[in-house]
Design a protein around this ligand. Structure first.
Ligand code: IMP
Length: 201
């Protein structure tokens, strides 16, 4: 493992995101930690990038520490990109992952396979308290199945099928998902960007 030179707060309460990102950044100089307390941020942005920036900037300013924010979600072609930035709140505030997947499958009930294209998006923003920031994005394309499949992962993983792997994200092992996901693509771009960023921001 690379020596950790940079402590970075992850602006989230989602332990799945922390777990995935910690594994992806294991060989980077970043030591990723949970925030000392939750900070409520209104995600009023219209894009993943805008919402990631709102979270990263708010946490970095209030905690005075470099902060990484992940804003991610699922865009479904037949729903004009929904749930998109509303992926977490798609079925209401107290809904579970199963509720959200049920709602999505219900909305797509009459949609044929050829029109069930979808993509997972992830915007990562690393913000420093002084105002500097690095922004990267990752995307992976697939299709929404008619029924959930697989027990791994979280969120919409059981309904998101990737033809090239012939599996849903929930049928992948942690290592496989972390090699192919939208978050993995964004994390590897972040590691690359950090290598070119001036030190000591
Ligand atoms: P955020 O916390 O506002 O970024 O909400 C992200 C939401 O998008 C999550 O609550 C999930 O429902 C969904 N999502 C994001 N990344 C993934 C993933 O890797 N797998 C499955 N669902 C995801």
């Amino acid at each position: 493992m690379t020596q950790k030179q940079m402590r970075v707060v992850l602006a989230t309460t989602n332990s799945h995101k922390l777990d995935e990102l910690q594994r992806m950044l294991a060989d980077s100089p970043i030591e990723l930690v949970m925030p000392p307390h939750v900070i409520e941020v209104d995600e009023t942005g219209e894009t993943f990038r805008e919402n990631a920036r709102l979270k990263a900037r708010t946490y970095a300013r209030l905690l005075g520490e470099p902060t990484l924010a992940d804003d991610s979600g699922l865009s479904v072609d037949a729903l004009d990109g929904r749930p998109g930035v509303h992926s977490a709140r798609y079925a209401g505030n107290n809904a579970t992952d199963a509720d959200r997947n049920r709602k999505l499958l219900g909305e797509l009930i009459d949609v044929p396979d050829s029109e069930r294209g979808a993509s997972f998006h992830c915007a990562l923003i690393l913000a420093w308290p002084g105002g500097d920031e690095l922004t990267v994005e990752g995307l992976v394309s697939g299709r929404i199945l008619h029924e959930p499949r697989g027990d791994h992962g979280f969120g919409y993983d059981p309904v998101f099928y990737v033809p090239a792997l012939d599996k849903t994200f929930a049928e992948l092992t942690t290592e496989e998902k972390n090699a192919h996901s939208h978050r993995a693509k964004a994390a590897s771009l972040l590691i690359e960007a950090l290598q070119h960023a001036p030190a000591g921001r």
